[in-house]
Design a binder for this molecule. Structure first.
Ligand SMILES: [Zn+2]
Length: 295
């Protein structure tokens, strides 16, 4: 018994050595691929044509463009995080929404995360924002001229939802926020927008001369202090994964009521307690390896 065990062990050691050697050779040839790699540590975008690969929660992007930190009607927040990159269509969308705010006399919009310089999974925060087509826009207004370099890093987003989670806070939520959401939803490149269910409910209960835009505004957890805008796949990116279409109708129905149930709260708890998904290079579209390793 002992002899056979030792024999097995020797064989095991040999196998281990072969595997180790193979691993070292692979490591010399290419970065480790099995585990997650740090997309946040990359120096800058690739110099390639702008292209989206994969989807919002499993993707990356070539030739990303940096959002200028200030433009008409907007300010980019938390630049130290280096998440102000996106597909050119996303940058154009942010600039369009800023111009809308300015042209309509609304306080400038504060822009949160877009994507990392080459997209990809983030170390912290979002599961999406990987393909350069997602952007967070804070709801809170800030008087013009009050966003200097310090404020950019220290100002916080402010919730528009009352503490019980069932309705908006009328002291904060109002016409400006509604108009920004409508302008974003009516932008031709926008596929959908995520907001807290209480915000969706407030939109449903308000009078609108046209309700078609409500369809694009979807309820989700969180999203009480910012709205999350997601563009559809750009025409130049054939390897971009399109999401299933948003259901027909304005979404002001039983599906919205679900978000206020105990079941929805439990589902959120389950997500919070569950493990964070670890995404390695091999989980992403094949093009993302070149994006990660390229210059
Ligand atoms: Zn977001």
């Amino acid at each position: 018994m002992i002899g056979r065990a030792r024999q097995r062990q020797t064989r095991g050691n040999t196998t281990k050595r072969v595997l180790l050697t193979a691993a070292v050779l692979m490591a010399l040839a290419a970065p480790a691929v099995a585990g997650p790699v740090d997309w946040g540590g990359l120096a800058g975008p690739t110099q390639a044509q702008s292209r989206v690969y994969g989807g919002h929660a499993l993707g990356c992007l070539d030739g990303a463009v940096a959002l200028p930190l200030d433009g008409p009607g907007y300010h980019a927040m938390r630049p130290s995080r280096e998440r102000y990159y996106g597909h050119p269509r996303l940058i154009a969308f942010v600039e369009d929404l800023g111009r809308f705010a300015e042209a309509n006399g609304l306080a400038p919009i504060l822009v949160g995360d877009l994507a990392q310089p080459r997209g990809g999974p983030m170390r912290s925060g979002h599961a999406s924002h990987q393909s350069g087509l997602d952007v967070d826009v804070w709801f809170r207004p800030v008087p013009p001229g009050e966003v200097g370099d310090d404020a950019r890093e220290t100002l916080s987003a402010v919730s528009m939802v009352a503490s019980d989670g069932t309705a908006v806070d009328p002291s904060r939520w109002g016409d400006r926020e509604r108009r920004l959401l409508r302008a974003a939803a009516e932008h031709p490149d926008v596929d959908r927008i995520f907001v807290n269910a209480a915000i969706k409910r407030a939109l449903c209960q308000a009078d609108h001369d046209d309700r078609r835009w409500l369809r694009k505004v979807r309820p989700w957890w969180g999203h009480d202090a910012h709205f999350h805008v997601r563009l559809g796949c750009p025409a130049d990116s054939t390897a971009c994964t399109q999401q299933p279409p948003v259901p027909a109708g304005d979404g002001c129905d039983a599906a919205l009521d679900w978000w206020f149930t105990a079941e929805a709260r439990q589902a959120l708890e389950d997500v919070r307690k569950g493990p964070r998904r670890q995404i390695g290079l091999s989980d992403l579209p094949a093009q993302c390896r070149a994006v990660f390793e390229g210059s």
